[in-house]
Design a protein around this ligand. Structure first.
Ligand code: NCD
Length: 310
């Protein structure tokens, strides 16, 4: 990707290892500001617009918090029902309007490729906050930050991605990004929810060791990172198909019995029943820190995009 100033963030595949490392190091410096322990106003006068055509808690709020911690401001679209979308306004027209109200645009949309399309209608930087079952690049940056920060690096990690690998956009982006590192991957999914072929082929083409299985307990003892996801109910064309796979994997004390002491369990959240509450109190649980990390990572990214030295 090279220089960051004014760039779109559409796919994590546009980020080289070096780009990722620039963001992670900048994010580390942002932590005290993200916690409110240090003040910083480098984005004063900048306005970010957040357009969420799908539900969001962490992504929207952490973008808002990131912008405000750096002295910037946010205009939010609010519920779709309160916008002109319900009057039939197209995405293209919405983007053309919003570009005159803000300096950068964060977009979450149910359709794959929506962010890329939006970027064609505006000169403003567009940040993909999730496009259907496609990608979620800023989530990946905070996932990588969490692994890097917890382990002191990413290289050498044995990582399993577990759950809905078919419709889960976070695992698609994360897999592409991990291919820039020296890792071993295991995909654990129920039949029908395996990683899309092109993503698995990309992993193999990069020479990354890859195992594919349905058997979670068997792989746990070998892992450094267990990244589990929600089954993406809203993307199933048939509710009966969802019912067949709902609750397939659940991390609890029993599943973690043979795990390495240093194993970290991550989840992009929201969780439904993939992680038993009893796991929250174990040293393995890192998903709430992961959610916090969304703030410093998005602060770093916004600073870089707006051309500020982090
Ligand atoms: C994820 C998403 O929206 O893709 N949530 C998030 O941004 N943390 C994961 C999910 O909804 O399951």
């Amino acid at each position: 990707m090279g220089g960051f100033t004014g760039r779109d963030v559409l796919s994590i595949a546009d980020f080289s290892r070096k780009d990722i490392e620039v963001v992670l190091k900048a994010a580390k410096k942002m932590v005290p500001i993200a916690r409110g322990e240090k003040a910083n106003r480098t984005l004063e006068g900048r306005i970010l617009s957040t357009l969420f055509f799908e539900p969001s808690t962490r992504t929207r709020l952490s973008f808002e918090s990131a912008m405000k911690r750096l002295g910037g401001d946010v205009v939010a679209f609010g519920p779709i029902e309160a916008s002109s979308i319900v009057k039939g306004e197209t995405l293209a027209d919405t983007i053309r309007m919003v570009e005159s109200y803000s300096d950068a645009i964060v977009l979450r949309h149910p359709q794959e490729g929506a962010a890329r399309l939006a970027a064609e209608f505006t000169e403003r930087p567009v940040i993909n906050a999730g496009d259907g079952a496609g990608q979620h690049p800023t989530q990946t940056l905070l996932d990588l930050f969490t692994i890097w920060d917890q382990r002191g690096g990413i290289d050498g990690a044995k990582i399993a991605l577990v759950g809905d690998l078919r419709y889960g956009r976070t695992v698609h982006s994360l897999t592409y990004a991990l291919c820039s590192f020296d890792v071993e991957l295991t995909f654990v999914a129920p039949a029908g929810l395996q990683m899309p072929k092109e993503v698995a082929e990309h992993v193999r083409a990069q020479g990354i060791p890859l195992a594919v299985t349905e058997d979670l307990p068997k792989v746990v003892p070998n892992l450094d990172v267990l990244y589990i996801t929600r089954i993406q109910k809203e993307r199933f064309p048939d509710p009966q198909e969802y019912a067949k796979v709902a609750g397939t994997y659940r991390i609890d004390a029993e599943v973690l019995r043979g795990a390495k002491k240093s194993l970290i369990v991550l989840h992009p959240l929201p969780r439904v029943d993939e992680i038993a509450p009893e796991v929250d109190a174990t040293p393995h649980a890192r998903y709430f820190e992961q959610a916090f990390n969304g703030v410093p990572v998005r602060m770093a990214l916004l600073s870089l995009i707006f051309g500020g030295a982090p």
